[in-house]
Design a protein around this ligand. Structure first.
Ligand SMILES: Cc1cc2nc3c(=O)[nH]c(=O)nc-3n(C[C@H](O)[C@H](O)[C@H](O)COP(=O)(O)OP(=O)(O)OC[C@H]3O[C@@H](n4cnc5c(N)ncnc54)[C@H](O)[C@@H]3O)c2cc1C
Length: 490
């Protein structure tokens, strides 16, 4: 891409979008060119269309001048790369100004959203117009985008789990400017599956199928003593219960470091920040679970008290059969109303200040890198792999904050968070070295990741499937202008 072509493309976009909608000022660029780890790629400008017609027109201009663009919804892909593109020189196409909730069917729970709609906005809308439905949310910030999360095949909390599976219909602009509409009710192949974790199109609208809000919920936790081997006995032992319980019971398993990083901050006054926190320092945080290294948690949802009782009892029987001791929290009546940024606290674990009221992990220089493998439950070496991941992380001077999510499939998603302070000299390169060493463990043990950061983006698709995708990409985006390199795709 030559500088002249870039300038001409930006001039045409400025004419198209109007004043203030093509931004190249250094302050705003510095903001979007920062992530939660060290990155080198820089966007030369930001485009801020306000409707889907403008998005399509921007893509036509980019195609005409052969300048690459990288789309983000709210650009808060924290821990995976934020708004930074895999390659240098991509114009950032921000969809944050497309904030319409286009239509809501209060009977079916279908809601049509644009990419700038945040979880917070959707939550507030449903409180007013659809309290019968459960708003989706994740462990990330309330201001992150519902569509941005879906495009990463993000994991929702509560009833939503795999967010992309709740998509009923979608409208996208292909890299060549063509419009693609998909609908789960239509016969023929479901093309939406080609779009998340991909670079074929920019999604400008999604129809989400909302879940009805359950009337009651209850959290049951259980300490698991005995390290990774005991954890796996519990996970495998509870798999049948999880499959039979369906989406109304959700299991998670957190290690001591994950819980501690969520509840408190690194004791900078007492310990050297270049080394990992010794396990004995976490005892007070883990006191409710008698200091166990792993804690299991299951939330059950129900529509009446009898159903809740029945679900809880089944779980307790299953836990006792495995020698685990359940601790039941008080049941909650009514839908879950609060939506906050609490899940982001772990990102401030290593910072020397507490999480502010409006957390912005990139500008607060919170270091976060996620390593996200998916592990088949039948893998006989699972406990060794988890122990190795912990040891490698500790060896690099970081705490291995691990959460496991199991569902009804025969696999579990492991999310290992490296939380560090980007202001600590040397922490940035050390974190990247640690990430590489963790991926080396996964590669050696043949374990794939289900989600990637900018730096480990090699899709784990079958070679044949990859060549079919490559043929589609060449046909739709012959000049490779849309998100080149995203997920390792050309
Ligand atoms: C402490 C912490 C907790 C977190 N918890 C969770 C969690 O529970 N679950 C979870 O899934 N994530 C979690 N995250 C990661 C992340 O913050 C969220 O996934 C967030 O929703 C992604 O940011 P975003 O919505 O702004 O998406 P964006 O950054 O806008 O986009 C994400 C990706 O999708 C692509 N994309 C975005 N919009 C479009 C579009 N319209 N068309 C085509 N491609 C598009 C972008 O190119 C980008 O690669 C967490 C992060 C932190 C730090």
């Amino acid at each position: 891409m030559t500088l002249t072509r870039l300038r001409e493309a930006l001039a045409d976009c400025a004419t198209l979008l109007g004043p203030g909608r093509v931004c190249a000022n250094s302050v705003e660029l510095a903001r979007v060119n920062a992530a939660t780890f060290l990155t080198e790629a820089r966007a030369p400008a930001i485009l801020k269309p306000v409707n889907r017609e403008q998005v399509a027109a921007c893509l036509r201009i980019a195609n005409h001048y052969r300048v690459p663009v990288y789309p983000v919804s709210t650009g808060k892909n924290w821990g995976y790369g934020s708004a930074v593109a895999p390659h240098d020189g991509c114009i950032l196409l921000s969809l944050a100004c497309l904030t319409a909730i286009v239509e809501f069917d209060a009977q079916t729970g279908h809601i049509r959203l644009e990419p700038g709609v945040s979880f917070q906005q959707l939550h507030a809308y449903l409180q007013e117009h659809g309290p019968r439905f459960q708003p989706p949310h994740t462990g990330s910030g309330a201001q992150t985008s519902v569509i941005g999360n879906i495009m990463e095949r993000g994991i929702g909390k509560g009833l939503y789990e795999d967010m992309a599976t709740h998509v009923h219909a979608c409208e996208a602009v292909l890299a060549n400017g063509q419009i693609l509409k998909t609908n789960q009710d239509a016969s023929g192949p479901h093309l939406f599956g080609l779009l998340p974790q991909s670079n074929l199109a920019i999604v400008v609208e999604i129809t989400l199928q909302l879940e009805p809000a359950p009337h009651h919920s209850q959290l049951i936790t259980f300490p698991i003593d005995g390290g990774a081997a005991a954890l796996l006995r519990a996970v495998r032992g509870l798999h049948d219960t999880a499959m039979r319980a369906g989406p109304r019971s959700q299991f998670a398993f957190l290690n001591d470091y994950r819980i501690t990083s969520q509840l408190t901050q690194f004791p900078h006054d007492h310990l050297d920040a270049r080394v990992a926190l010794p396990r004995e320092w976490m005892q007070h945080c883990l006191a409710p679970w008698k200091g166990a290294q792993w804690i299991g948690a299951c939330t059950v949802w129900a529509d009446d008290v009898d159903e809740l009782d029945w679900r809880r009892k089944r779980l307790i029987v299953a836990l006792h059969a495995l020698g685990l001791t359940p601790q039941t929290e008080t049941p909650i009546d009514g839908p879950q109303l609060a939506l906050d940024d609490d899940g982001l606290r772990c990102a401030y674990w290593r910072k020397k200040f507490p999480m502010p009221l409006q957390p912005d992990l990139d500008s607060d220089r919170c270091g976060v890198i996620w390593v996200a493998p998916v592990l088949p439950l039948g893998n006989p070496h699972l406990d060794t792999i988890i122990s190795e991941l912990e040891a490698v992380t500790l060896g690099h001077g970081f705490e291995p904050a691990i959460a496991l999510r199991t569902g009804r499939t025969g696999s579990m998603r492991l999310i290992l968070g490296l939380f560090f302070d980007r202001d600590l000299p040397g922490a940035d390169p050390r974190a990247l070295q640690c990430q590489q060493a963790l991926h080396a463990v996964l590669q050696r043990t043949n374990v794939q990741c289900y989600r990637h950061t900018l730096f480990d983006s090699a899709v784990s698709m079958d070679a044949g499937a990859l060549s079919v995708f490559a043929a589609l990409k060449t046909q739709i985006d012959p000049h490779g202008i849309l998100a080149p390199g995203r997920y390792g795709l050309a």
